[in-house]
Design a protein around this ligand. Structure first.
Ligand SMILES: [Zn+2]
Length: 84
């Protein structure tokens, strides 16, 4: 199963969409084969997601890790199929 660490970023501005999953949960859980982890503490933030889940489902700019409180975004290279 492919697994990637997300990229740590500073707190996004108020115009950004930030997912804040509750402690012990991931922001998105799907039926895909990719898992994205917090770049700081390796908590799973996107669990078993597919490309569609991440890029064509619920739109977001960043995910706040429920464990360490850091903000994560997808690395630019993960956007290679992005259509926006
Ligand atoms: Zn974390």
């Amino acid at each position: 199963m492919p697994q990637k660490d997300m990229r740590l970023i500073d707190k996004p501005g108020p115009d950004k969409i930030v997912l804040e999953p509750a402690a012990g949960t991931s922001a998105i859980e799907g039926d895909g084969d990719m898992t994205y982890r917090c770049g700081a503490c390796k908590t799973r933030l996107l669990d078993h997601v597919s490309h569609n889940d991440v890029f064509h489902g619920e739109a977001f700019d960043a995910i706040k890790c429920p464990k360490c409180g850091k903000y994560n975004e997808l690395a630019p290279e993960d956007h290679h199929h992005h259509h926006h």
